[in-house]
Design a protein around this ligand. Structure first.
Ligand code: ATP
Length: 425
């Protein structure tokens, strides 16, 4: 695509406020020094709308940020780190990076970084399709810089590493390859595939945090299992503890097959995947959490799968004897929604049906009356109020009452009969 048509595509594909922001930044940068790079350029060439743009300035990102603030175009939000600045422009946050070179001392080590020109910056990137820059300077808006023939690759739907040592320098690129290939339906260039397979064992040189971050990004894709199958076929998973079973475990319940209705909004797909993986690891939960430094909600999701196997399933089966939604809710409320989502995907028909009801409805059920209402009805302050509210919630869950009036009647009955009766529902 010629620069003119790229300029036109930029105009059409970028959200208007983002385009305007890019143009204004281009105006205040020294001419020919500010570029859109990476995924946004690739997506524009593919006719997709980019969500975000990464900007690179040849020179000093810090200085450009100061000028943007001086010209009242931006609020600066973060001091420069790794030669990158964060700017707040309108409602958007944007990162501007200084064009740089990277050299790797040893496989898996963090690179030595130094300021450089745009061509060198493109030369440190993962794949040629991601190594294209488009100028957003006022004089040469839309000029394409493509030293690695990335435009050809995008058109041919190919992922091509820039040199034979690419996966040795940074083995997370293997996971990135799987992510892009599955998302964009690109294939690996034959030589790249050979390099990747040759260096597959280098995945074990990557630290746990970088590994987890890169896998998290795979888990958040539309079809993570496709990417995982690629990693398996390239021999990468064989070199990660617990990972040799992942594909067989995850294959039958790829996330994209789920009913949308059961997918809770407040759940991170990354956590669901770690939980799904936890169902495949036998007793090796600690190996899993250690290998990927799982923490926070991901860690809790994995711990909950263990807890489910140890105790949860037994309590769930007990709740089946009454079949009451409130009894199921008592059990399921102890588990993270992400873990429950994984159990919904892997469980038998009853488990899936009940968990879907819990995630979709039951966990949100609350009585309409609140503590003040109960005080106004003549109850006195004290723990009984909490108990009544909890019993009202259960009564709502079990459809013993359907509305506020029903709740009022029930509370009156309980008040008439004393505290013990509240346990009935
Ligand atoms: P996405 O479409 O998922 O947003 P992206 O291309 O924006 O992808 P990022 O991970 O944000 O992906 O990276 C931005 C750019 O930085 C990539 O396009 C790539 O050129 C480069 N990059 C990121 N990580 C690496 C890496 N490990 N090795 C080499 N280049 C990388």
């Amino acid at each position: 695509m010629m620069s003119n048509s790229i300029a036109v595509e930029l105009g059409q594909r970028l959200e208007p406020d983002l385009l305007e922001t890019c143009r204004r930044l281009g105006d205040i940068a020294e001419d020919g020094t500010l570029f859109i790079v990476g995924g946004a350029v690739r997506d524009i060439l593919l006719g997709r709308d980019p969500v975000e743009v990464d900007l690179v300035v040849q020179g000093d990102a810090d200085e450009l940020a100061q000028r943007a603030v001086q010209f009242r175009l931006a609020l600066r939000t973060a001091a420069s780190q790794f030669m990158t600045v964060k700017l707040t422009i309108g409602t958007r946050e944007m990162d501007i990076a200084t064009a740089r070179s990277e050299t790797y001392e040893s496989p898996g080590a963090l690179p030595d970084v130094a300021p450089s020109d745009i061509e060198t910056d493109l030369g440190r990137r993962d794949f040629a399709a991601n190594a294209i820059a488009v100028s957003i300077g006022s004089m040469d808006f839309g000029r394409v810089i493509d030293p690695h023939r990335g435009v050809n690759d995008v058109q041919a739907a190919v992922l091509r590493a820039l040199h034979a040592r690419s996966f040795r320098d940074d083995a997370t690129r293997m996971i990135r390859a799987a992510r892009y290939a599955s998302r964009l339906q690109f294939r690996l260039h034959a030589e790249t595939e050979a390099w990747l397979k040759r260096d597959a064992s280098n995945i074990s040189t990557v630290g746990p945090d970088r590994l987890r971050n890169e896998f998290n990004r795979l888990w958040r894709e539309e079809k993570p299992v496709e990417g995982l199958i690629m990693l398996q076929s390239w021999g990468v998973l064989d070199h990660l503890p617990t990972a040799s079973n992942w594909v067989s475990g995850l294959y039958s319940f790829s996330m994209s097959d789920r009913e949308a209705a059961v997918r809770p909004d407040d759940v991170d797909d990354a956590d669901v995947h770690w939980a799904l993986i936890a169902t495949t690891v036998g007793t090796e939960f600690e190996t899993l959490t250690d290998t990927f430094h799982l923490a926070g909600s991901s860690r809790r999701a994995v711990d909950d799968i263990r807890l489910w196997k140890e105790r949860g399933l037994a309590s769930f089966n007990e709740a089946k004897t009454t079949g009451r939604p409130s009894d199921f809710t008592d059990v399921l409320a102890l588990f993270e929604p992400a873990a429950l989502e994984a159990l919904y995907l892997t469980g038998d028909a009853t488990e899936s049906r009940v968990i879907a009801s819990y995630l979709g409805t039951w966990r949100h059920v609350q009585p309409e009356l609140n503590g003040n209402d109960l005080l106004e009805m003549g109850m006195s302050q004290g723990p009984l109020i909490g108990k009544f509210l909890d019993q009202l919630r259960k009564a709502r869950l079990n459809n013993l009452v359907l509305n506020r009036d029903g709740e009022v009647q029930l509370v009156r009955q309980w008040m008439g009969r004393g505290s013990a009766v509240a346990d009935e529902s």
